[in-house]
Ligand binder design. Structure first.
Ligand code: PSU
Ligand code: MN
Length: 304
């Protein structure tokens, strides 16, 4: 086993016995939500995964260890530290680990550590992508490159339209990443079920998701599979309210010269500030919804 990796005893046992495990990211805890809702949500997500027959593995870097399976104390620690924890993408791993520092894992590093540990399914909220204006800023999330190379199923609620969703889909097409709509033909846009962009395939059951990934793996095709699971109707938000908040957030980011790794957390925090508690509860519900689907998909994968 990788000498920098620490797999929790519970996760290790489940993997050894061929039982389903679902990876979870930690940037959503430190940077994605305010304390204490972040910790409460992370623990509820873990419980939802258990209720649906799988073992949760919250992933983070703690004291330089790449952790697959955090304790509730570690989740509390990351949640309390919040934005003071380094948001850790692929390029941050060497220095953080050498310094024995902490890092909150993004989709990229969660996929990497999940794959190192042998975990094949990962549930989150939204992924990074091609930013609006990327033609001049070249701001493209490392998440897309990771999806191109690391064999993990990522279950999300699509991407927020802080991004250029059309260009994000083009990039994933170039990289050969299957983009699946779960029970939908349309890419969901996180808070809303509709984006106006089509997905590659619609799949309606966890069994078929598992079967497609299984074939991909058996063919030795590198890279992940992106499953986009729309937010449940009853929690989705009015598109005009969300879009107005996104436009305002983008305007403020431009005005304040926000760039690099700060861009996504800045935009997400602004959108939340502008839409109040509604967007936070929508965010929580869609993550729980993704956790349920991920647990059932991981279980189906174990049966193959
Ligand atoms: N988008 C969201 N919620 C998030 C993120 C993105 O709707 O929490 C986080 C994830 O951790 C994602 C990261 O992997 O931001 C992408 O950051 P960047 O755009 O800097 O690559
Ligand atoms: Mn970026």
């Amino acid at each position: 086993m990788n000498r920098y990796l620490s797999i929790s005893p519970e996760v290790q046992e489940a993997l050894r016995e061929g039982r389903p495990v679902v990876a979870l990211e930690s940037t959503i805890i430190s940077h994605g939500m305010p304390y204490p809702q972040n910790v409460q949500t992370a623990l509820r997500v873990e419980q939802t995964i258990r209720d649906n027959g799988a073992v949760p593995a919250t992933i983070a870097i703690i004291g330089g260890r790449l952790k697959a399976g955090c304790t509730s104390e570690e989740i509390e620690y990351l949640g309390r530290k919040g934005q003071a924890v380094t948001k850790a993408s692929r390029r941050d791993l060497p220095v953080l680990t050498a310094r024995k520092a902490d890092g909150a894992t993004t989709v990229t590093t969660t996929m990497m550590i999940a794959a190192m540990a042998g975990i094949q399914v990962f549930a989150t909220g939204g992924i990074g992508g091609v930013h609006r204006g990327a033609a001049t800023t070249m701001d493209i999330s490392a998440d897309l490159e990771e999806l191109a190379q690391t064999q993990v199923i990522v279950i999300c609620a699509g991407a927020k339209s802080i991004l250029d969703l059309g260009l994000t889909l083009e990039y994933l097409e170039t990289k050969g990443v299957p983009v699946i709509g779960y029970q939908t033909d349309e890419l969901p846009a996180f808070y809303t079920r509709h984006s106006g962009f089509g997905v590659d395939y619609r799949i309606d059951s966890p069994e078929e998701l598992a079967a497609a990934f299984h074939v991909k793996r058996e063919l030795g095709l590198k890279g992940g599979m992106l499953v986009t699971n729309p937010i449940p109707e009853e929690y989705s938000m009015p598109a005009d309210i969300i879009n107005a908040a996104i436009e305002e957030a983008l305007r403020q980011a431009e005005e304040q010269g926000i760039h690099g790794k700060q861009t996504t957390p800045f935009l997400l925090a602004k959108v939340k500030e502008l839409t109040g508690g509604d967007s936070l509860s929508a965010n929580i519900e869609l993550v729980l919804n993704n956790a349920r689907l991920a647990a059932r998909t991981a279980a189906a994968l174990c049966r193959l």
